[in-house]
Design a protein around this ligand. Structure first.
Ligand code: ASP
Length: 327
């Protein structure tokens, strides 16, 4: 190629701020540049409920050029470590035997996934889930197997039951009435999705599950496609609320597939909620979904009023009330 032509090519590329590469005789590279020009990357963090601190921790990772995977792990570790958050990690409410059991899952932009369920005595189940993804040939470890794996990887065994959660459990035992209270007690699972500066999407979900659940009960949160799902070509989704309803409809996978078919994140979340409403009893339950797509658009929808979520884009974090089906 003569020098003048080379100069024109370079000028055209630098004019839109794309790094210089030799696009002259490589069709694939040319296409790549065109894709980057037409698709703007919008770094994003979104999470369920009032998890502003978690979003900020995740955003700091993204801001400094970290991956969406590191961001979601860092973000959800905030409520996992917080004794005042009684639905996630340390300080979570126990099952009806008085034992705190944790569920978590994580997915990266390559479609790899890791999950732990019915895990006891480990403060950061999300980090164990990540190790399952990265350091085993498996996707999911449960119960004592997950615990043994965590200990072998250097995680410390601690007592997750705080005095507050123990006191509340002792009170609950006086009646042993199992009736989850919508939005109030049992629905603080954190589901988080992030887009990093490369445009790659990852997700994480972690919970102590429903308070006073049967010993051995596992909800949606550690199940890939139910509590959370990411497809880096399309977007990601996460769920909170009554896990049984989400499990029966494989909600997060459904939301991503609806986005693949052209729905916006909001429309996809709404449709996934409507499937629960059409097919299942919903009077006393809450389910909320959050979703993002590859373009950085986001949305949420819930069965009942009271669901909210936190979005961070361009360094601004906002708490937003989710739209809902029923007051
Ligand atoms: N989805 C969780 C579960 O069913 C509970 C929650 O979101 O609060 O275990």
């Amino acid at each position: 190629m003569n020098t003048r032509r080379k100069f024109i090519k370079k000028s055209a590329v630098t004019a839109v701020g794309i790094p210089l590469i030799n696009v002259s005789n490589c069709y694939g590279a040319q296409q790549e540049v065109e894709k980057n020009i037409s698709k703007k990357i919008i770094p994003t963090v979104i999470s369920t409920w009032e998890n502003q601190k978690a979003n900020e921790a995740a955003w700091n990772v993204i801001k400094s050029g970290g991956s969406s995977l590191d961001a979601v792990e860092t973000g959800v570790k905030v409520p996992e470590a917080d004794p005042e958050d009684q639905s996630v990690g340390y300080g979570g409410r126990p099952d009806r035997k008085g034992i705190v059991t944790l569920d978590a899952c994580i997915m990266n932009a390559d479609g790899d996934a890791g999950s732990v369920s019915f895990l006891q005595g480990i403060k950061h189940p999300i980090s164990v889930a990540r190790k399952v993804m990265e350091e085993t040939p498996h996707v999911m470890l449960v119960g004592s197997g997950a615990e043994r794996f965590a200990l072998a990887k250097g995680f410390e065994k601690i007592n997750l039951l705080t005095d507050l959660s123990k006191r509340e459990f002792e009170d609950w035992k006086k009646t042993s009435k199992y009736k989850p209270v919508i939005n109030i007690e049992q629905h603080d699972t954190i589901g988080m999705l992030a887009i990093d500066k490369n445009g790659d999407i990852a997700g994480a979900c972690t919970t102590s599950g429903l308070a006073y659940k049967m010993h051995g009960r596992v909800g949606d949160s550690p199940i890939i496609g139910a509590g959370m799902f990411v497809d880096n070509e399309i977007g990601g989704a996460a769920a909170t609320g009554m896990g049984e309803a989400v499990l029966k409809s494989l909600g997060s996978f459904l939301v991503v597939e609806l986005m693949r078919q052209g729905r916006t994140p909001f429309e996809a979340c709404k449709e996934a909620v409507m499937r629960i409403i059409k097919k299942q009893q919903f009077g006393d339950i809450q389910v909320g979904y959050i979703a993002i797509n590859k373009e950085g658009e986001y949305g949420a929808f819930a069965i009942q009023q009271g669901f909210n979520y936190v979005i961070t884009q361009k360094g601004q974090t906002q708490l937003i009330d989710g739209q809902f089906f029923k007051k």
